[in-house]
Design a protein around this ligand. Sequence first.
Ligand SMILES: C[S@@+](CC[C@H](N)C(=O)[O-])C[C@H]1O[C@@H](n2cnc3c(N)ncnc32)[C@H](O)[C@@H]1O
Length: 276
Amino acid sequence: MTSSHYRRHNLEQLVRAALNHAKQLNKPFDHKIIAAVDQFHIGGLAATLKMIELAGFNPQDKVLDVGCGIGGAARTIACTSNCHVTGVDLSEDYCQAARLISKQLNMGNQTKFIRANALKMPFKKNSYSALWTQHITMNICDKKALMTEFYRVLKPAGQLLMYEVLCTTRANDSVNYPLPWAKESKDSFLDNIHNYGALIHNCGFELNHLQDVSSTAIVSIQRVIERIKQGGKKEPGLEIILGESFLTMMENLLEALQNDRLSVVEFVATKPSTPN
Ligand SMILES: C[S@@+](CC[C@H](N)C(=O)[O-])C[C@H]1O[C@@H](n2cnc3c(N)ncnc32)[C@H](O)[C@@H]1O
């Protein structure tokens, strides 16, 4: 099950240890402090910053990060755009870790984390001016229900920003597992660019930006693999969250991207200002 994949024994202690480790390096104590751990997607902080640039958020924005993990992107958006960000995630462990990091960084007022299912979120319609997802749709089978829920909570003229892993061929059985979002194919719900495009359109959004960023993704995964193989495990990284199989997951991911079975894609879409 997706929820058990994202359960990590002792996550709170591991996150505290990563924060303490970073403090000892005399790094600035800001949202970047444990970016190698709290940006749980390919390309890490750089991928998040690129999406923030695409979004052009302003301080009045109310942003919802759906499937926020331990909150790295939410804090980055809040800091760089000076706006309020709410994160929702199915994993209570992750929400707790996200709250802990935000509290330690004195960002408790700019970010809020709520345990919720992306398919049925506890918000009124038209609540948020922007919706953000990074690497969550691979865990969700009913993408039509997901997009419909996104459309419901997004304000008219609001932006939907997605950074997701797609398949290019015969979905789930053409790649090797484990992958960072699923130990086995039964928990992975990959779909192709054609179906994503159709879904975005059919759910009422206007697609403004679509970019395949797989080549950048490949370079960043190669760097992570190199770091682990050179004994970089002493520096906290995503293995804190993903455990011992992290290297295998990254190697499987790299192979699938290099062989054109997976792709990494950015989408920006808008809900019309006068929805139907
Ligand atoms: C690969 S992680 C990405 C986390 C975060 N977006 C990031 O990039 O740092 C996928 C996240 O999606 C969450 N997730 C999966 N299915 C979900 C659902 N139905 N509702 C809410 N969150 C979900 C998982 O708990 C996990 O935190």
